[in-house]
Ligand binder design. Sequence first.
Ligand code: GTP
Ligand code: MG
Length: 337
Amino acid sequence: RIRRRELGCRFNIESFTPSFLSIYKSLVPADEEIVKQKQLLVSLRKLVNKEWSSAQLHLYGSCANSFGVSNSDVDICLSIVDTNMSKSEILLRLADLLQKDNLQNVQALTHARVPIVKMMDPVTGIACDICINNLLAVVNTKLLRDYAQIDERLRQLAFIVKHWAKSRGVNETYRGTLSSYAYVLMCIHFLQQRKPAILPCLQELEATCVVTIDGTRCAYFDQVDRLRNFGVQNNESIAGLLWGFFHYWAYYHDYMNDVISVRTGRLISKRVKDWTRRIGNDRHLICIEDPFETSHDLGRVVDKYSIKILREEFERAADILQYDQNPSITLFEPYVA
Ligand code: GTP
Ligand code: MG
């Protein structure tokens, strides 16, 4: 099957920018929601510090990386150092404290890949997952938030891509498709690759933020207010960028050989990373390097069935942006099996 299509961007693609922008605006959470999330965090801090006085709570994931749509779950990381308790014991004790404080649907998932306590706050209706000592996620959350501040087109693109992925059922890691985190990295990488570039590569600039977590050094330039004009040479807007994003993943990405890498701002070769064959459960059929845990492929969840689904969805989206009369509607039509 010939995948690559030699097509120019549809001549009137930019005329769809206003409708994509209004979808983007409708997805952004209202200020009240952010206030409620902060209030929940404050009350949880009080509760946790009564039990573990030096423990800290950090928001991470989409409620803190600025890529959260309204009514997302809140992800919280409990950081505890001075305790002899195991992770499972901490989770069970935490679940107990939350239950006694009248939080609802409290559930400790001690055997999950990332063990968490799930709960719901009946006052705000916010659902929340709490994990233990997952500080790498807190740092990659900050990296994503910093990238988002450089150019507003990143948030616009990522919100629309996440909304598309959720509507089409391809944002479900337990079924072999990609996480929201993976989609945001794909968007960052795509904007680093535009000519002229819309985003810089923060890990290639002089490091102003350096932390080492579990032996992994995380270092990058985080003074992003000094980079606000970075993308001004490029005047593409959201409809054209969406067109480019989906055409790249449908017809141009070299799935056999390439890894996308936000860390280097470039494509790197699968051979260099030894990601050319299946190792254990990691199949490396689509390769997205984690910016800090560089041995971690966020595409590892994708298997030989879901890669087909994913690529067909990229092609569908690319073709809609090329030919459809109402791309801002058709793109998000729910997938029905
Ligand atoms: P939504 O909840 O879908 O809006 O997005 P999210 O960014 O919160 O994504 P998700 O709940 O899937 O992941 C939460 C956070 O965990 C991410 O933002 C990352 O900071 C972190 N994370 C680190 N490694 C991984 C990984 O391998 N998979 C996923 N899913 N998340 C990771
Ligand atoms: Mg989340």
